[in-house]
Design a protein around this ligand. Structure first.
Ligand code: BGC
Length: 368
């Protein structure tokens, strides 16, 4: 069958003919893949040499890419109960280490050992193939209405986890059960799919939301955010030495650019008891200066700095529910995030960046 593969560090991906997978265990299902999203992590996998944490699957000298997928179940093992033939499913990404208590409890996103595997990223083949096999516990059923946009479920589970953790970090505040522990003003930095989905998730909860990013206010992400009631601010209009002077203070900030300077500057944009959650994960080794006063403010204003990666099953379920609700509340917004629809043979285009692109998806046109 056809698959899009790479070798970490190869700098490119290519179409390959690989063996068709088959159900090996009674709790597994065979899924025909329909559509797969491309994200920055794929580009890192392609660009960065394999290492202990970014290794190839055992016994193979290639890695099937893709971790944002939707497909249809075509065959199930005899013990499978939660999904059936014909169901539309989204596979989750991370598989536990089998050693720590978090992974034993199905919370591989919180793994204590770091010996996790991730489909299409770390030591497990991904979903950019005509067929995949996975255990039913890793398959999330989704409604038919989400078929076209379902690769975004994976992107949305990152902000879902961020919002859950922000709510937890503010749970002790005397806010009488207000949404997210009383978040009334929130900021999202970045203009990619995760940032846009974070804005929509906050708007869905009725939170006054700002988006701060580099692109001009006339760009597609800015327009999308504003159409959903958020306020867009261009980074060039904000003094990062004193962000509150320009944009005010925020109870919660989701930092989705991964830019170290911006991450540090955002500490200063927090209101008392504010929470900053970094979801971008700057990959480079680079030192950035931080004002001692920013650390003083963390103390003086009871601030919380969080980092969060991946998501648990509840976050995936929340992403499915929210994506459906966004479709109703903000008609056309979710569809507008998918700017490029490609086919498997467009592999050279898929992992590049084209102007105006927000999310590229690849349709798995079996046999085409
Ligand atoms: C994926 C996560 C994954 C993380 C780290 C992100 O792009 O969305 O599922 O855990 O990369 O590899």
């Amino acid at each position: 069958m056809r698959a899009v593969v790479t070798r970490p560090g190869a700098g490119r991906a290519w179409l390959a003919d690989i063996p068709r997978p088959a159900i090996q265990r009674p709790d597994e299902a065979l899924v025909q893949v329909l559509r797969v999203g491309v994200c920055g992590t794929d580009r890192h996998v392609i660009a960065r040499p394999a290492s202990a944490t970014r290794a190839l699957p055992d016994g193979d000298d290639y890695l099937v890419l893709g971790h944002e997928a939707v497909g249809r179940v075509v065959e199930v093992g005899e013990d499978v109960r939660t999904v059936g033939v014909g169901d539309l499913v989204v596979p989750t990404v991370r598989r536990g280490c089998a050693e720590c208590v978090a992974c034993a409890k199905g919370q591989a996103d919180l793994c204590f050992t770091g010996k996790i595997r991730e489909r299409g990223i770390v030591r497990l083949h991904g979903f950019l193939a005509e067929l995949i096999v996975d255990q039913e516990e890793h398959l999330i059923r989704i409604p038919e209405e989400l078929a076209q946009v379902a690769p975004l479920v994976e992107s949305l589970c990152t902000p879902e986890k961020a919002l859950r953790r922000i709510g937890n970090a503010r749970a002790h505040l005397p806010t009488d059960g207000a949404v997210l522990g009383g978040v009334t003003r929130a900021l999202v930095t970045g203009s990619g799919p995760i940032a846009i989905l974070a804005v929509l998730a906050l708007r869905l909860r009725g939170v006054a939301t700002w988006m701060l990013a580099r692109q001009p206010a006339t760009g597609p992400a800015a327009r999308l955010a504003e159409d959903c009631g958020a306020t867009y601010v261009c980074l060039s209009d904000v003094d990062l030495e004193a962000p509150q002077a320009g944009i005010g203070a925020f109870d919660a900030i989701i930092e989705a650019t991964g830019a170290a300077e911006l991450s540090v500057a955002m500490v200063d944009a927090l209101a008392p008891n504010g929470v900053l959650d970094l979801v971008g994960g700057p990959p480079e080794r680079k030192a950035v200066p931080i004002q001692a006063a920013a650390l003083g403010a963390m103390v003086g204003r009871n601030l919380t700095l969080l980092g969060s990666v991946n998501a648990n099953t509840a976050d995936w379920q929340a992403a499915v529910t929210d994506l459906s609700d966004m479709g109703r509340q903000f008609p056309g917004a979710v569809q507008a995030i998918i700017t490029d629809v490609l086919s498997m043979s467009d592999v050279n285009l898929a992992f590049g960046r084209t102007p105006g692109q927000i999310k590229a998806v690849i349709d798995i046109d079996s046999g085409g």
